[in-house]
Design a protein. Structure first.
Length: 150
């Protein structure tokens, strides 16, 4: 992997963690929204990531997926494949005096766990910070390499 590709990999990681942070913020913002119908209630959302593969050696790979030389092809970063809604059960609470209560007195709340979402937020924030550190280190190496010829 060349030094220039490090910027692409770290940048894609930063973009992915930004999506993760935004999704987590949306989950936390809607954690206590009530609805009278299970069909209309907010559902927990999570991004799905996948590794972007680079065509190693111009597509010259063996039948086992390994490039010639025994190494796995290097990745080009991460991409967001989409955002999926959780199929975990919703919270159904008996609150007959709530304005959103149905005819039986039940209110539906999202399947968002604030503790898990805070953990996701901390993890995404730290992952973003690590990608920033990778970019800063690569930038310093490029700058030092440019000063070698002086």
């Amino acid at each position: 992997m060349s030094l220039v590709n490090i910027f692409d990999v770290a940048g894609s990681g930063m973009n992915a963690q930004t999506v993760r942070l935004n999704t987590t913020a949306s989950n936390l913002a809607n954690a206590q929204t009530a609805s009278s119908s299970a069909d209309q209630v907010y559902r927990n959302r999570q991004p799905v990531f996948a590794e972007m593969q680079r065509d190693a050696m111009l597509g010259m790979q063996g039948s086992d997926g390994m490039s010639f030389g025994g190494e796995a092809p290097a990745g080009r970063g991460v991409q967001v494949m989409g955002i999926v809604e959780s199929d975990a059960p919703l919270q159904r609470r008996y609150e007959p005096h709530h304005p959103q209560a149905d005819e039986e007195g039940y209110v539906f709340y999202p399947n968002v766990n604030p503790v898990e979402e805070m953990t996701n937020m901390i993890s995404a924030s730290r992952s973003f910070q690590m990608n920033v550190e990778v970019m800063n280190s690569a930038k310093q190496m490029v700058q030092r390499a440019l000063t070698l010829g002086q």
